[in-house]
Design a protein. Structure first.
Length: 392
């Protein structure tokens, strides 16, 4: 005790109290909350069996999500402005850096709801505004999906397969989410040429994201087979593979739908190319949905075997993957049409909404740092190490 530097103790106290504590320990994983809240609002807005009351609940969730996203952006800006050294430590970290992918995905849910709610209500200027938001999101998604996996290869010490988790999917899935948003944005654009290029770029984004995600899922399956299930603190990550499969299926169906409408208007390819893209999109979506059943079984069986596990920010890993899988299910029910898929897709969002409410109430009470931190770093914090120490 006598050997400690009093100045050092003062520095720790200064940065671990009040608003600085929140800013210093605000990790990128908090944007997964906006992903979860956003997908709940989208599901409530697009349910096959909908009502006016559900529409207004979706609008409230959308407004709340915009608020959460804005607060997250402000705190993130303060964090890396006040503590720039944390940014460089975070960007090189094999786990923390992966959560940067939650930023464009959370933003994409806001863009989608903007198209569903604001464009019909606020007039024509919102159409090109939504396009501008999507362009930013698409660029950020590509940078994230390409740079973060490369940094994982190029920097740091050699990794063991046992340390691999499904969070490797997060930066990659951002491209798939941006592709799906592109199809929704293209549907509201007034200029057919703008809509055409949006659809083509979205196909490119889908092509970047989905094959790469499938490769990572192969590695993850090998990790689970050789090194068994993840620790209880991160067991919910087993749901993450549902994300690229559900969003990939939804995205390719929406892109096929957009191609069927836009290609004839712009005289792109042959006259029959639009219906071909549409039909192939549904077939691919059905295959991805079927493959998702495999990972859904693995995830539910893993949760059942774990029985109980602690609450942390990783719990939001439940909401978005299951939510996008539900959107894919609902979209398939709409395209077939099929009452089975419609009912199946409708039952699932009700569980998501209930979980989102319960999670929100816990987060409101969770001002303490252990909830703010991702599961990997809780023990390190309680042992008295600061946020930089947890990143190194």
């Amino acid at each position: 005790m006598s050997g400690q530097d009093p100045n050092s103790q003062s520095e720790i106290t200064k940065h671990d109290t009040g608003w600085r504590r929140v800013v210093r320990h605000f990790t990128p994983s908090w944007f997964s909350v906006t992903m979860g809240t956003g997908i709940v609002s989208i599901l409530l807005n697009t349910l096959p069996y909908n009502g006016q009351w559900l529409y207004w609940i979706s609008v409230v969730c959308f407004a709340f999500n915009v608020l959460l996203f804005a607060i997250g952006c402000i705190i993130t800006f303060l964090r890396y402005t006040l503590y720039p050294e944390i940014f460089f430590a975070m960007i090189k970290h094999p786990v923390q850096s992966m959560f940067i992918g939650t930023f464009p995905m959370g933003f994409a849910t806001i863009i989608n709801m903007f198209c569903f709610v604001c464009v019909p209500a606020w007039g024509d200027w919102t159409r090109n505004f939504a396009w501008g938001l999507w362009i930013f999101d698409a660029i950020f998604s590509v940078i994230t999906a390409l740079s973060l996996p490369f940094l994982l290869m190029a920097h740091g010490s050699e990794m063991q397969l046992s340390s691999m988790t499904a969070v490797w999917l997060l930066p990659i899935v951002s491209c798939i989410v941006a592709a799906s948003s592109g199809a929704i944005v293209a549907d509201v654009l007034p200029d057919p040429q703008h809509a055409l290029w949006t659809v083509l770029v979205s196909y490119v984004l889908w092509g970047i994201g989905l094959p790469l995600a499938l490769m990572v899922m192969v590695i993850y399956l090998q990790r689970l087979t050789l090194h068994k299930l993840p620790p209880k603190a991160v067991i919910v990550s087993v749901f993450l593979p549902l994300g690229p499969l559900g969003q990939g299926g939804f995205g390719i169906m929406k892109l096929g739908q957009a191609a069927q409408e836009i290609f004839p208007k712009t005289q792109t390819l042959e006259a029959a190319s639009g219906p071909i893209f549409y039909t192939m999109g549904f077939m691919i979506a059905l295959i991805l949905w079927s493959f998702g059943l495999v990972w859904l079984f693995f995830a539910l069986a893993s949760i059942a075997r774990s029985k109980s596990f602690p609450f942390n920010i990783g719990w939001w890993g439940f909401t978005f993957p299951l939510g996008v899988y539900a959107t894919s299910t609902c979209q398939m029910g709409k395209e077939l049409p099929s009452e089975f898929f419609r009912v199946l897709g409708t039952v699932d969002p009700k569980r998501k909404a209930r979980f989102g409410w319960n999670g929100g109430m816990i987060l409101i009470q969770g001002y303490g740092i252990p909830v703010l931190l991702t599961p990997r770093y809780e023990n390190q914090y309680t042992q008295g190490r600061d946020s930089l120490g947890t990143l190194e």
